[in-house]
Design a binder for this molecule. Structure first.
Ligand SMILES: [Zn+2]
Length: 91
């Protein structure tokens, strides 16, 4: 398969963030198509997919969710890192 780099057959510009910053208690992401996304830091923190927060499946595939306690500090953004070519990891 040949890669068309002329852009003539490209459907659209890939969606990429142009600005990422914390605004209040939200992570605000501005995209190159002019749209903006606001994510509550608390929602992001509670959705953490790591094994400590979300649990790990046992040999039978059952997941027992660990008990995670949160404080106000749990929902503060210390920063974020880019992971690979497309992911953002808030800390
Ligand atoms: Zn976690």
């Amino acid at each position: 398969m040949e890669l068309d780099t002329s852009g003539a057959n490209m459907p659209a510009m890939p969606l990429e963030p142009t600005n990422i910053q914390q605004i209040g208690d939200e992570l605000a992401i501005a995209w190159n198509d002019g749209t903006e996304l606001f994510l509550k830091l608390e929602v992001l923190r509670r959705a953490c997919p790591c094994a400590v927060c979300g649990g790990e499946p046992d040999v039978l595939g059952d997941v027992s969710r660990p008990h995670v306690t949160y404080t106000d500090k749990s929902f503060q953004l210390a920063g974020f890192d880019f992971v690979g070519g497309y992911a953002l990891q808030p800390r």
